[in-house]
Design a protein around this ligand. Structure first.
Ligand code: ATP
Ligand code: XMP
Ligand code: GLN
Ligand code: MG
Length: 516
């Protein structure tokens, strides 16, 4: 078998490390991320075609900052340092890095000095790049030449062609760097010489192989929500291990209207997949655990823990189940505060919301490194129908995080009915494939209204709709006013307990997509 081409990303704690990996994969080159604490011997043994050092929050000239063996730069393997990685390369090889008088942050014009640099092939001589640094390279290391600069920064990039070493102060992986993808392409394809023969089908094949090796003839339980991620995970697992797999779908009473039956229709015995499928109706159990709880993180943790307890009980019934599979994807990991140095935004039930003790030998998450759109590609690769692959995401904690404050059966009914109307009207207007994610939420606010000459004192529904590529950032969608108006009027007329409807205009950041 032909050996797969690999580029290694060495993680120094930057915020955009997964984006680096993703951009490399977009160049059809396989890529894996390793911590800067990984041994050089281990890196060498993987025989990478290139190595990328990421950004990071530290200053390389301080004593305890992350560093690496200098031998890395002497292997003859092309190395590209980004931001902290660039500074570290200069610092270790005899250049100088210092604190700048002013920090450079955001979109910045970079002027290319060496237009025939391989990194800048096809890039305009003046190009907008994303900067995010306090420190700067005040002197390049011997053997390096400066290849670009900005108004405030004398060295925006440098290279030592003879040694195959490249340093970039800005962040080519961020889409705000207009020609960044081109630069990374130039590095992996032209400088590292990768042929670019990696495709999503290789990802699928590799995962199937890895799962078979790990699981052997053991039994596996897959947490299946019917959403995009776990459906892709379930089909992948089923291809890998067939009958050893049982899928468990939990109806926690926080699903959208009719969703339980819809999921059962697709994955149950009547559907097209040959899966061992179990539906657990756990409504009462969730409502009683959530009674009186209002704090968002507390709600998330309770829902997350109950999921696991249900899975454990089902596993006991099957007997001797060692593995639990979840459809965790990369944004779940980052937001739960586990993506390197990044802060906790909210504990996704399947990551940061997991209880301390879990009764499975191992949790398998085959999609953990992928972004949503990459998961969709894998789904299509697996032959999953488009209407499933392009479903809008629905969070595991469900309506639990779309009902602000305490969850009750009556509030669930209100938000389910309002949401169903909203979805119906969006579909009628032909907008359902256009908008990334849209839903109704129940604010915990009641206000005074007048209906049929009577005073009302009822809840306000918030409508949300966002467009996004990777769900890490998002903008509110521009829905035609007539559509919003129709939704408002139907909700007020058809859903008892609501007398006001609002549209949430907030982008992410500063908002998040869900309300809790
Ligand atoms: N009701 C549920 N029953 C069983 N497992 C669930 C349920 N809800 C969520 N999960 C598990 O938690 C994981 C994360 O949920 P999440 O909503 O992010 O993914 P998804 O439902 O698979 O896809 P999507 O993001 O498209 O909704 C799922 O992949 C699945 O493994
Ligand atoms: O399975 C999930 N478990 C969770 O705990 C969770 N929280 C948010 N989401 C989904 O993630 C995306 C980003 O949402 P936020 O901007 O609200 O963090 C959006 O698509 C959200 O629907 C979740 N999915
Ligand atoms: N984004 C980065 O990698 C920053 C590197 C370094 N901490 C600086 O401020 O210059
Ligand atoms: Mg979901």
């Amino acid at each position: 078998m032909m050996k797969k081409e690999l580029v290694i990303v060495l993680d120094f704690g930057g915020q955009y490390n997964q984006l680096v990996a993703r951009r490399v994969r977009e160049c059809n080159v396989y890529c894996e991320i390793y911590s800067y604490k990984t041994d050089l011997e281990k890196i060498k043994a993987m025989n990478p075609k290139g190595i990328i050092l990421t950004g990071g929050p530290n200053s390389c000239y301080e004593a305890d900052s992350p560093t690496y063996s200098k031998e890395l730069f002497e292997l003859g393997i092309p190395v590209l340092g980004l931001c902290y990685g660039a500074q570290l390369m200069m610092h270790m090889l005899g250049g100088k890095v210092e604190k700048a008088d002013a920090r450079e942050y955001g979109k910045t014009e970079v002027i290319i000095d060496k237009t025939d640099s391989k990194i800048f092939e096809g890039v305009s001589p003046k190009t907008i790049c994303w900067m995010s640094h306090f420190d700067y390279i005040s002197k390049v290391a011997p053997g390096f030449e400066i290849t670009s600069h900005t108004e405030n920064c004398p060295c925006a990039s440098a290279e030592n062609v003879a040694e195959n070493l490249y340093a970039i102060q800005f962040h080519p992986e961020v889409l705000h760097t207009q020609e960044g993808t081109k630069m990374l392409y130039n590095f992996v394809r032209n400088i590292c010489g990768c042929a670019g023969d990696w495709r999503m089908d290789s990802f699928v094949e590799d995962q199937i192989k890895a799962i078979r090796e790990k699981v052997g003839d053991g039994k596996v339980l897959c947490a299946l929500s019917g959403g995009v991620d776990s459906s892709v995970a379930a089909v992948l697992l089923s291809k890998a291990i067939g009958n050893q797999l049982t899928c468990v779908f939990v109806d926690h009473g926080l699903l959208r209207k009719n969703e339980g039956d819809e999921v059962e229709a697709v994955f149950g015995p009547e559907g097209p997949y040959e899966l061992n499928f179990i539906r657990v109706n756990a409504q009462e159990r969730y409502y009683s655990k959530l009674k009186g709880v209002t704090e968002p993180e507390a709600k998330r943790k309770i829902i997350g823990e109950e999921f696991i307890r249900v899975f454990e009980e089902e596993a006991k019934k099957i007997g001797a189940v060692d593995f639990l599979v979840q459809g965790t994807i990369y944004p779940d990991v980052v937001e739960s505060g586990l993506g390197g140095e990044s802060a906790v935004i909210k504990s996704h039930h399947n990551v940061g919301g997991l209880p301390d003790h879990v009764d499975f030998k191992e949790i398998i998450e085959p999609l953990r490194d992928l972004f949503k759109d990459e998961v969709r590609k894998a789904g299509l690769e697996l032959g999953i129908p488009e209407n499933l692959v392009f479903r809008q995401p629905f969070p595991g904690p469900g309506l639990g995080i779309r009902i602000i404050g305490e969850v009750t059966a009556d509030k669930v009914r209100i938000v389910q009915d309002a949401d169903a109307i909203y979805r119906e009207e969006i579909a009628k207007a032909g907008l359902d494939r256009e908008i990334g994610q849209y839903f109704a939420a129940l604010t915990n606010m009641r206000s005074v209204g007048v209906m049929g000459d009577e005073r009302t004192y009822d809840y306000a529904i918030a409508l949300r709709a966002v467009n996004t590529i990777d769900f890490m950032t998002a903008e509110s969608a521009q829905i035609p006013y007539e559509v919003l108006n129709k939704v408002m009027s139907r909700i007020i007329n058809e859903v008892r307990g609501v007398n006001r409807v609002m549209y949430d205009l907030t982008s992410k950041p500063p908002g998040t997509i869900e309300f809790e």
